[in-house]
Design a protein around this ligand. Structure first.
Ligand code: FES
Length: 157
């Protein structure tokens, strides 16, 4: 698998960042990225995201943080999905989220939502829109050689 690609380009007045080739993510798959964003004070903040590709070929992006206890969704099991892949799932207490809305429909954070990330597919690349990212070498996904679904096991501090 190729390394995730991060780069920026200007599209009209909106800054967009290339995250990865659209085909790098399998249909019904997801991939995580550990990015850094620049906040309002100009400081760098961790910005972990997941990009989900549906079987129908839509892409959705969310901050990789469960609204229940703020852990990464794929904590523990390493997977982002429920067993039948119909929902995103938090590995800690099993909350399930709609893939296309990020809304929790079952679990301790029922009714809360994942934080959406605006994405666009531009010329074959998945791009992040409207977020100012810090660009440096830390954008490579250290878990990039994980299994074919690109789910990864992550243990946040
Ligand atoms: S931390 Fe995600 S369901 Fe509890």
């Amino acid at each position: 698998m190729s390394e995730p690609v991060i780069g920026n380009l200007m599209s009209g007045h909106i800054e967009v960042f290339v995250v990865c080739p659209a085909d790098a993510i399998e249909r019904s798959g997801a991939m995580s990225f550990s990015l850094s964003r620049i906040d309002d004070k100009g400081e760098s903040r961790p910005f972990p995201i997941i990009v989900v590709r549906t079987f129908g070929n839509d892409y959705f992006g969310y901050v990789n943080r469960c609204p229940h206890e703020n852990v990464w969704l794929n904590i523990g099991s390493g997977t982002f999905f429920s067993a039948d892949r119909s929902f995103l799932r938090c590995g800690r207490h099993g909350a399930r989220f709609e893939v296309d809305t990020g809304m929790c429909i079952d679990g301790p954070c029922d009714g809360q939502s994942l934080e959406p990330v605006a994405l666009a597919v531009i010329e074959g690349d998945v791009c992040l829109c409207g977020v100012k990212l810090l660009e440096d070498d830390r954008f490579g996904d250290p878990f990039g050689d994980s299994d074919e679904s690109m789910d990864v096991t992550i243990h946040p501090d």
